[in-house]
Design a protein around this ligand. Structure first.
Ligand code: ATP
Ligand code: MG
Length: 147
């Protein structure tokens, strides 16, 4: 296995509110991802705007920012071979109505916006998003700094 292939994920507020945090972590565990770092936190509106800045011209941006700052999120860095692509497969299509059977969004999303979970879409964004949530002392694997 190629070393240090990782992705960033965030379990979104409604999934946590409706008691889906542990079931979703169970899916991630069963799919063979190792947890490198994990924290539960809550985004301010300004932090949510920054995290989703790429979408700021989209019509759903304001609603997305309100939703993402409406309650706690669980942020985590996950390791697996080909992590970014494998994790996007595990979570499924953005819209749960189009999400493939067996995917996390098919099982746990309630709408295209409140779609349970985020997954980085590239290695570059996995690194940017990890650094958004975690500092260098929080990212360890086998007693070594991971990134
Ligand atoms: P994420 O980045 O959260 O992993 P994604 O990459 O599948 O999701 P993006 O296109 O990056 O999808 O959209 C970011 C988030 O914005 C979506 O996960 C969803 O919460 C919200 N979103 C996307 N499209 C819509 C829409 N048409 N209406 C409402 N919310 C949307
Ligand atoms: Mg995205």
């Amino acid at each position: 296995m190629k070393n240090r292939e990782f992705t960033f994920t965030m379990i979104k507020p409604t999934a946590i509110r409706f008691g889906k945090l542990v079931p979703i972590l169970d899916e991630i565990n069963h799919a063979g991802f190792a947890v490198i770092a994990m924290k539960m936190t809550r985004l301010s509106k300004a932090q949510a705007e920054k995290f989703y800045a790429i979408h700021k011209e989209r019509p759903f941006f304001e609603e997305l920012v309100s939703f993402m700052s409406s309650g706690p999120v669980l942020a985590a860095v996950l390791q697996k071979e080909n992590a970014v692509q494998e994790f996007r497969k595990l979570i499924g299509n953005t819209n749960p109505q189009s999400a493939e059977e067996g995917t996390i969004r098919k099982k746990f999303a309630i709408s295209i916006q409140e779609n349970a979970i985020h997954g980085s879409d590239s290695d570059q964004n996995a690194l940017i998003e990890t650094n958004f949530f975690f500092n260098q002392f929080e990212i360890f694997s086998n007693n070594e700094s991971f990134l």
